[in-house]
Every structure is written in structure tokens, then in C-alpha cells.
Design a protein around this ligand. Structure first.
Ligand SMILES: [Zn+2]
Length: 267
């Protein structure tokens, strides 16, 4: 298995990839479809587009959950179309994609063929999710929402109210610890609580298999425990080594979260 569709509800699908354990979404209405994330480069985006064409002939727009390379650098394969994202995701990609190229190169060093940054043009989103946005796909509404800072400062989730499916991007992770590289550890639990308030039936993480809400609530509790440890470190009530030993997450994950304590949110 390198890639496969999983139908979560009628016309709501996730495409699962072995590479990076990535999950990409597709919501199909009567008049149009919405693609949730576009993979790591235009070639991968083209594979996704071809796979979508086997499922639906409806015109597709795109929403990016965030600006990490594996979620957004395949967008060029879908152009021309509208591309939705949070304003800070747009700003990040408008800077030219140097950060994303570095991420992709670091990850793909051992891959064949190697990532070629010269071939990848980041697409700058043209539609912004400053507040919640409701899209009508024809007989089907979806909500694009930024639940607050968490995995990044611009995460967007996609909610399908008629099916109870929520695409959470990397705010939720299955099969590995959440990634704190660009995270806001004190804010992250609140963002996940916001998502759980929608009472989803199925939550699609950015990486890993679709989940029941109970798993997401347990991960939120772990994120809350880690946030409490971070606060204790900030208050000099706990040293970092003790925080690592008490953390519900692996030491590298906890160290990555602690490294974010220099952010302005902590001052
Ligand atoms: Zn990410």
C-alpha cells in the first residue's frame, strides 16, 4: 500500500499515504469539491489530483491546514483554483517558501528521487480564513475554522457538520507524538478543546488513521499535562529534566515543547 482512499461518509474521504503517514481530505458536494491539503511537491499534488479525478469530476478548490511543506507544496497541481488558508499561512507562503524547501530537503535527503526545490513554486493562497468561513459545495456545507494557536500559529480545521467528520490537520496526530517544532504548547490544548466542542464523530489527523473523539480527548489531556509542566518550568517550580520525566510524551517531544518557552506568549 502506498496510497488508498478511505470513505468516512458519503462523499467525504481521506487519502492515506505510507509516506509520512500523511492523511489528505476530500469533501464532495453536488456542485464542487474541497481538497484538504495537497502533499509535498507538485508531482505528489498531481498524483492526488489524478486520484481525485477517479472519484469525482466536480471542480476542486483547496484549503491548506497549515504551511508545513508536506501539507501545502503540492498546490500548484490544482491551479487555477481558489486556495483557502489562514492569513498567517498566506503570509508564510508569500515569503517564497524558503522554510518549506528547507523542511522538505531535510526530510527527503534519503529519498529517491531527491527533492528538487528549483521545481517547486509555493502557491500563495488567495482566500483568507480570518474568521470562520462557511463554504457551500452544493447541498453540503463545510466550515473552515482557526481554533487558536497550537501546532502552529495558523492551523485551520475543516468541519463537515452533516457527516460529523472533522479534518484537524496536525492539531491532532495518530501514530506519533504531536510535533512542537513551530508550536504554542500553552495554547494547543485549548485549540483541541475548541474542536472537540463540535462533537465530531470522526477526526482525521494530519498524520495517521481517522480517530474517534475519545482518542482526541485523551491527546488533549496529554497536551494539557505538558502545558502544565511548561508553566511549572516557567515559574521555576520544576527543572526541565523533571518535566521530561513527568511528561506524557517522549523526551524529544517534550524537549521540543520546552524549547518553545522562549516565545513571546510566555513573557
Ligand atoms: Zn505540521
Amino acid at each position: 500500500m502506498t496510497a488508498r482512499w478511505v470513505e468516512l461518509a458519503d462523499g467525504v474521504l481521506v487519502r492515506r499515504y505510507e509516506e509520512l503517514d500523511l492523511s489528505v481530505g476530500l469533501v464532495i458536494g453536488d456542485s464542487s469539491a474541497l481538497v484538504v491539503d495537497t502533499r509535498s511537491d507538485p508531482g505528489q499534488g498531481a498524483e492526488l489530483r489524478t486520484a481525485i479525478r477517479e472519484v469525482t469530476s466536480r471542480p476542486c478548490s483547496v484549503v491548506l491546514t497549515h504551511a508545513h511543506f508536506d501539507h501545502c507544496l503540492g498546490t500548484a497541481a490544482f491551479m487555477p483554483t481558489t486556495v483557502w488558508a489562514h492569513p498567517r499561512c498566506r503570509d508564510d507562503l508569500a515569503r517564497g517558501g524558503a522554510v518549506q524547501h528547507a523542511e522538505a530537503l531535510a526530510w527527503s535527503r534519503a529519498q529517491r528521487p531527491p527533492y528538487d526545490a528549483a521545481l517547486v513554486r509555493p502557491v500563495v493562497p488567495d482566500r483568507l480564513i480570518a474568521d470562520d468561513v462557511e463554504l457551500d459545495l452544493g447541498g453540503r456545507q463545510v466550515l473552515l475554522t482557526h481554533p487558536g494557536r497550537g501546532h502552529t500559529d495558523h492551523d485551520v480545521a475543516v468541519w463537515s457538520p452533516d457527516t460529523g467528520v472533522l479534518f484537524a490537520g496536525d492539531l491532532v496526530e495518530q501514530g506519533a507524538d504531536p510535533d512542537f517544532t513551530d508550536a504554542f504548547p500553552l495554547d494547543w490544548p485549548t485549540a483541541v478543546t475548541e474542536l472537540l466542542g463540535m462533537t465530531p464523530r470522526t477526526v482525521v489527523p494530519g498524520h495517521g488513521d481517522p480517530l474517534a473523539a475519545e482518542f482526541v480527548a485523551a491527546q488533549r489531556d496529554d497536551l494539557s499535562a505538558l502545558a502544565d509542566l511548561c508553566r511549572a518550568v516557567l515559574a521555576a517550580e520544576l527543572d526541565r529534566g523533571a518535566a521530561v520525566s513527568l511528561s506524557p510524551f517522549a523526551p524529544p517531544t517534550t524537549f521540543a515543547a520546552l524549547a518553545k518557552l522562549r516565545r513571546p506568549e510566555m513573557e
